[in-house]
Design a binder for this molecule. Structure first.
Ligand code: BG6
Length: 300
């Protein structure tokens, strides 16, 4: 059993699933071992940053709808394998706790997933180790390191599928992706050359910015804050909001909850998928930091 600092507690969470509760000097946090899903990050003096669906299911075999599910080792549907679960098996797997530390400022939690009989008989049968490091502080840093333990090259897709809370999606916008080409998953296969302004939301949005290594900022004037998302080892960014009809069609999504959430995902997908030679390793990381929004609504 891993020794835990007093600021980290392993307990039973929703649906009877094991959860790590973090109460650190600079932030509180929560991580389910199921999917290594971070379901909470609340920097001191702030409101929670991550959105978790009020109707999320916490059970084996289901991905938690909210927080930061990990898409790995493929994103979306796996070509040629219609039965394979969307976004890969990592978000459905039980990860093991590899360690936790508190340095007096940040609390770090490490989780691990390796191939097992189930993954070896899946549509992606390769030998691997994934180590996920989550640093809870005034910033949240997520690093996913994947190592190829097999004797041939493997190709991985991955995404930190982060659900952010927003006050009102219609007033929110994402900056940093101006001029970046994207693939609109709701349109045809043609890439769009990109848009001059920020991403704004007035209908279902499902875009993959392939080739984008830039930082992105979610501006949320209603909440008076912005989340700056910086990244490393990632050449794709996904922006997703299901809007009205898709939200209604999902059993683990409240009918009106599309208004209060937005996914911006740090990823490697499609032509930006990562090729790992035998013993090769790759780390993709994302850091989130809160800032006041310059157009914040005055509180009366
Ligand atoms: C996004 C995809 O990353 O995830 C969308 O771009 C998808 O196409 C969404 O609908 C949610 O996926 P899921 O499998 O969690 O319902």
């Amino acid at each position: 059993m891993t020794d835990l600092p007093p600021s980290v507690r392993l307990t039973t969470g929703r649906g009877g699933l094991p959860v790590l509760l973090v109460d650190g000097p600079a932030a509180r946090g929560e991580v389910y071992l199921h999917g290594a899903t971070v379901t909470g990050w609340t920097p001191a003096g702030q409101d929670p940053v991550l959105w978790v669906s009020p109707t999320a299911q916490f059970s084996a075999g289901t991905a938690i709808r909210g927080g930061v599910p990990i898409c790995f080792p493929w994103f979306g549907a796996l070509a040629g394998h219609p039965q394979a679960p969307a976004h890969g098996f990592a978000r459905l797997s039980d990860w093991s706790l590899a360690g936790a530390q508190d340095d007096g400022e940040n609390v770090t939690v490490r989780l691990r997933l390796t191939d097992d009989e189930a993954t070896r008989s899946s549509a992606w049968p390769h030998r691997f180790e994934a180590e996920y490091t989550v640093v809870f502080g005034s910033r949240l840093t997520l690093s996913l390191q994947v190592t190829n333990l097999g004797d041939h090259e493997v190709v991985i897709e991955e995404a930190l599928h982060t659900y952010y809370r927003v006050d009102d999606i219609r007033a929110a916008e994402v900056t940093g992706l101006e001029g970046a080409a994207f693939h609109d998953r709701l349109a045809g296969p043609e890439a769009s050359p990109g848009e001059p302004g920020p991403v704004r939301f007035g209908s279902e949005t499902d875009r993959i910015y392939l080739g984008s290594t830039a930082a992105a900022t979610i501006r949320d004037p209603g909440a008076g804050r912005a989340v700056v998302i910086t990244k490393d080892g990632s050449a794709a960014t996904v922006v997703w909001n299901p809007w009205i009809d898709k939200a209604r069609a999902m059993s683990d999504f409240g009918d009106d909850d599309w208004q209060r959430m937005l996914c911006v995902e740090v990823a490697n997908i499609g032509r930006t998928a990562v090729r790992l030679p035998p013993a090769g390793s790759h780390t993709m990381s994302a850091t989130f930091e809160l800032h006041p929004d310059p157009d914040a609504k005055e509180t009366p």
